[in-house]
Write a protein that binds this ligand. Structure first.
Ligand SMILES: [Zn+2]
Length: 152
């Protein structure tokens, strides 16, 4: 068994609704996300014939699209909703849309859940067993392991 890894940074804003305290306030993190792919080294000396460039491209596109410079909220958060302006002279509310950059997730966007969601995506996308490490700060983070099952 061998492992290769790639890393990418994301700048996120989030708030946690299930954890009373300071994390209920919208705040930001500069996170490092590290993807470890496990497999076998082939005759070319490459892990399962996977090219680093291909892995990095998909990994970075996924993180940039879903996390980087976005506001991550639990889909059950009351602020994860469509906003309306009540100030129109007609008395009708005007739909403003959602908070800029909003991304909703099926649970609080904790560091642990982000590691889980990224690992689940990566195991499926690369058809491999993976570990994902997310550093929330320079002193703490989380890891999550996801195993690919053939035919999954
Ligand atoms: Zn936080």
């Amino acid at each position: 068994m061998a492992t290769i890894f790639v890393r990418h940074n994301i700048e996120i804003a989030h708030r946690l609704t299930q954890l009373p305290g300071k994390c209920e306030q919208i705040h930001g993190h500069s996170m490092w996300v590290e993807l470890h792919l496990h497999g076998q080294i082939n005759a070319q000396g490459i892990l399962d014939g996977r090219d680093f460039g291909y892995i990095k491209k998909l990994f970075r596109e996924y993180l940039d699209t879903h996390y980087d410079h976005h506001l991550l909220l639990n889909e059950a958060d009351p602020f994860a909703c469509t906003l309306y302006s009540p100030d129109l002279p007609s008395g009708q509310d005007m739909q403003l849309g959602t908070l800029p950059g909003l991304r909703c997730f099926p649970g609080d966007p904790t560091t642990e859940n982000i590691a889980k969601w990224v690992a689940t995506w990566a195991a499926r996308t690369f058809a491999a067993s993976v570990d994902v490490r997310v550093d929330e700060t320079c002193t703490n983070g989380a890891t999550y392991s996801a195993r690919h099952v053939n035919g999954d």
